[in-house]
Design a protein around this ligand. Structure first.
Ligand SMILES: [Zn+2]
Length: 473
């Protein structure tokens, strides 16, 4: 049995779950469901990142202890994922004592190997990012993600000897035969990481003296572990906490491109330093803008998953998020375009086909055979999903929908029902088989809809029923 362990990033617990989080998480969910259908031993993890200065700050504002604050807000993500029908196997929280213990042990391993040392760090720190930025990272002197000027900070920190691992990393990403080999996708991101590595990379600070809300450095409790170092280890601790250490290495780690460096460089280096295999693949998807603008609280254009679910339903939202543009690219979304696409693809395309065929089958009083036991997922669809080309996989399904529509137009079964009932039955029987195929392919993307349709077209008699996707405006 093939094993597949898929992760999303763990999200900052004090964030409100927004459409960006939903995008990565829905994509991971589609893959997890796809692999379960294939019969693979699938493990899908998401969760929340709960340490660091920002969380402590938010907790203080609310007059709560950090942990109490985390307990209060972590369910926001759980609820959001429920609304989007996310089928994770485990939801990890970095304040879980088991995770904290794994992080502590991991750190001691690196310390004892001499990969951690004490040094003085001076740099430009962005509170929003919770990290020191380099001049190269800045745009017009500002953090490109928070559009804020970073502050100069200096402190005694513990450092991880990242620079020792640069050659190892270059070899690991470039040579498929390397024992530590891992893939970085898409290719453009691989090239970016490779050229940045070749320029040389310094050691990185992995502790904070000022931040108290974090896991203490085991041999020096005046410092806490850098939130990123702690957060990255969630991927490794989740299987251990679940008594399934055999799931490591992760097969696929998904994230937005702004955190690729952490996942494609720092994370594998940490693992290799500890003698642990890096994940097999990291995949960075693009950013999206909302009607041409970066999504931000200041502009007030943040889209929340529940707003989408309210308007388009769970499966409508899942469809719209993944059909709009290729997963690895940047793209733009707008509610108006979502409405148009919903009406054309779901109300008209899929919904209309289902309604027409079901109504005709009811009219013809058709007796349909039981569906096949083992669904066949065709090759082009499987290839598209292996490549994480969600929009292509969906386009492939929608081609089948329009083919079926054409078939109806050509054969005019509504006329055949009177003129040649036998032929009408044959045409409809064929259409129902086509719909069943479409439904199988829809399962990972639109699980609720697909299950309803499996039920509807199971036979022996089909009823027209109500439209699945009423038009919206
Ligand atoms: Zn920032």
């Amino acid at each position: 049995m093939k094993k597949i362990y898929i992760t999303t990033p763990i999200y900052y617990v004090n964030d409100i779950p927004h459409v960006g989080h939903a995008y990565t998480t829905v994509a991971a969910d589609v893959l997890a469901r796809f692999h379960r259908i294939l019969g693979d031993n699938t493990f899908f993890v998401t969760g929340t990142d709960e340490h660091g200065a920002k969380v402590a700050e938010s907790a203080k504002k609310r007059g709560l202890k950090p942990k109490a604050f985390c307990d209060e807000v972590a369910p926001n993500f759980v609820e959001a994922w429920k609304k989007l029908n996310i089928s994770y196997d485990y939801f990890i929280r970095t304040t879980d004592p088991e995770h904290e213990k794994i992080v502590t042990d991991f750190l001691i391993t690196l310390y004892e190997k001499g990969d951690i040392y004490k040094g003085k760090y001076e740099g430009l720190y962005c509170v929003g990012c919770e990290k020191f930025l380099t001049e190269v990272d800045l745009v017009d002197g500002l953090c490109p993600f928070h559009r804020k000027e970073p502050t100069k900070q200096s402190e005694e920190n513990y450092f991880f000897r990242l620079s020792n691992y640069i050659e190892t990393l270059i070899k690991a990403i470039s040579d498929p035969k390397d024992p530590n080999h891992y893939k970085i996708r898409p290719d453009s991101r691989f090239n970016e990481v490779l050229s940045k590595l070749r320029l040389g990379v310094g050691d990185i600070s992995i502790s904070r003296a000022e931040v108290t809300w974090g896991i203490p450095i085991p041999w020096d409790e005046s410092q806490t572990i850098y939130v990123w170092f702690d957060a990255l280890l969630n991927y490794y601790s989740a299987p251990i906490i679940n008594h399934r250490p055999d799931l490591w290495p992760a097969d696929l780690q998904l994230m937005a491109k702004d955190i690729l460096w952490f996942h494609a460089v720092i994370w594998p280096a940490m693992l290799i330093a500890a003698g642990i295999r890096p994940p097999k693949e990291v995949f960075a998807h693009g950013f999206f803008t909302i009607e041409g603008e970066k999504m931000s609280k200041t502009i007030g254009n943040v889209i929340l998953p529940e707003q989408l679910v309210e308007k388009f339903g769970t499966d409508g939202t899942r469809y719209l998020l993944l059909s709009e543009f290729p997963f690895g690219s940047d793209g733009d979304i707008s509610i108006d375009r979502f409405i148009k696409r919903y009406n054309s693809d779901l109300a008209n395309g899929l919904g209309n086909l289902i309604q027409r065929v079901a109504a005709l089958a009811e009219k013809a009083n058709l007796t349909v055979p039981a569906p096949a036991e083992n669904p066949i997922l065709d090759l082009p669809y499987r290839v598209a999903l292996d490549e994480l080309s969600f929009s292509e996989a969906l386009a492939y399904i929608w081609k089948k929908i329009s083919d079926a529509d054409k078939k109806i137009e050509e054969s005019k079964p509504w006329e055949l029902i009177k003129k040649d009932p036998e032929k009408a039955d044959a045409v409809l029987d064929n259409l129902i088989r086509q719909i069943r195929e479409i439904v199988e392919l829809l399962l990972p993307f639109m699980p609720e809809t697909a299950e309803k349709l499996q039920e509807k077209f199971r036979g022996p008699k089909i009823k027209a029923g109500v439209p699945l996707f009423p038009r919206i405006s």
